[in-house]
Design a protein around this ligand. Structure first.
Ligand SMILES: *Cc1c(COP(=O)(O)O)cnc(C)c1O
Length: 415
């Protein structure tokens, strides 16, 4: 039986794990940054690789007994390089935030200027928020969506870059549904002599499966998480051109991390192998198709989508026209078994705790095998939930319909 050792040792934690499995199975996970990793990746994460210190890099460790850890880490490095066409990869960052920390300090000194996206326009906390290390240690200037196109327009960025003269320009987002044309960003960076960095945390799986343009060879340094569309263990990777390779390795260790999480690195190696497969390519194609189908259904039910749609795995719904806040929508959707998160929309009049939008993503529900038909049903559920927000009977009905879909697409059926 699954988790039988935990059940013996710690019944309280076991109870929570059991309930969490039921929650994941019986609701629709539509948080754009989440996914369901494979049983193989989870096995690696629960494996004996957790028992070892392996400070250093394959072949250059500060501890003995690392022969097999070297093999596993080298597999992860080689697979990351192949998948993203990178000269160099460091697979040790514990998270996406750590990967960004490493990237900044590999090419900049504290106090240097970065040009990055504004948080409510799709950026991440590590892109210069004052409550984050990034905003405290670097000078940020921020670019925004173009008011007419609601997209990031490289021409606008160039104008700001000429004025602000940043040392680093950052592209890559948490809530932007459109493709990034990296070559245009390269031209902007070259124009002002800045380093070009891409944070592909959200879109790494789409890039791996050629559903989104590759950042290399256009970017100098690229960071990612491994647990979003890439569907691996929680963690980060930094990749770069040969020029920054030594600096990146030194910044990760001994710069600011100690021993790498070798069980997570084993999981990264496996996830990167999975991401090279024909099945994964089909999966990523379906993620994008599903996002299209859901976006179309929502728009035909009168929802406004920021940028008017999506060509990735996510969409940002502006709820102002529906007279409901992001916070209220998040709670309502949870009541019917749909998990999503409130999100700021451009020029949001609400606070970050309330917001006027919700972000919806298709990576996790696509991992369960759902297709366009289910997306249209789900779009209709979302619409009905908003329209009947005070009708408990309707909401109960929708919750049952959600449960039916979940049962038809079982999650981890062998557990
Ligand atoms: C999720 C995300 C991160 C941070 O990843 P964590 O693993 O949560 O630290 C960084 N950048 C972007 C754009 C993200 O979406």
């Amino acid at each position: 039986m699954l988790y039988s050792e935990i059940q013996k040792v710690d019944p309280e934690v076991y109870e929570s794990l059991k309930n969490e499995l039921q929650r994941q199975r019986n609701s629709l996970e539509m948080i754009a940054s989440e996914n369901f990793t494979s049983p193989a990746v989870m096995e690696a994460q629960g494996s004996i690789m957790t028992n070892k210190y392996a400070e250093g890099l394959p072949g250059k460790r500060y501890y003995g007994g690392c022969e097999f850890h070297d093999q596993v880490e080298q597999l992860a490095i080689d697979r990351a390089k192949a998948l993203f066409k990178a000269d160099h990869a460091n697979v040790q960052p514990h998270s996406g935030s750590n990967a960004n920390f490493a990237a900044y300090f590999s090419v900049l000194e504290a106090g240097d200027k970065i040009l990055g996206p504004l948080l409510p326009h799709g950026g991440h906390l590590t892109h210069g928020s004052p409550v984050n290390f990034s905003g405290r240690l670097f000078k940020f200037s921020q670019y925004t969506l173009n008011q007419d196109t609601q997209r990031f327009e490289p021409d606008d960025i160039l104008e700001i870059a000429r004025r602000e003269k940043p040392k680093l320009i950052l592209t890559g987002y948490s809530a932007y549904p459109r493709k990034i044309e990296f070559e245009k960003w390269r031209a902007v960076a070259d124009e002002v002599g800045a380093v070009l960095m891409a944070d592909i945390a959200h879109i790494a799986g789409l890039i791996a499966a050629e559903q989104h343009p590759q950042p290399f060879p256009h970017c100098d340094i690229v960071t990612t998480t491994t647990h979003k569309t890439l569907r691996g263990p929680r963690g980060g990777i930094v990749m770069c051109t040969e020029k920054y390779a030594k600096q990146v390795d030194k910044t990760v260790f001994p710069g600011f991390q100690g021993g790498p999480l070798m069980h997570a690195i084993a999981g990264k190696a496996i996830a990167l192998k999975e991401a090279q497969s024909a099945e994964f390519r089909k999966y990523a194609e379906q993620v994008v198709k599903n996002a299209h189908a859901l976006a179309d259904e929502l728009m035909s039910n009168g929802f406004n989508l920021v940028t008017g749609g999506t060509d990735s795995h996510l969409m940002l719904v502006n709820l102002e026209s529906k007279s409901i806040t992001g916070k209220e929508a998040e709670v309502l959707l949870e009541q019917v078994g749909i998990t999503a998160n409130k999100n700021m929309v451009p020029d949001d009049k609400q606070s970050p705790f309330v917001t006027s939008g919700i972000r919806l993503g298709t990576p996790a529900i696509t991992s369960r095998g759902m297709k366009a038909d289910q997306m249209r049903q789900i779009g209709e559920f979302i619409s009905r939930t908003m329209n009947y927000r005070n009708d408990e009977e309707q909401k109960r009905k929708i919750k049952n319909e959600v449960l039916e879909i979940c049962k038809a697409f079982p999650l981890y059926p062998d557990f």
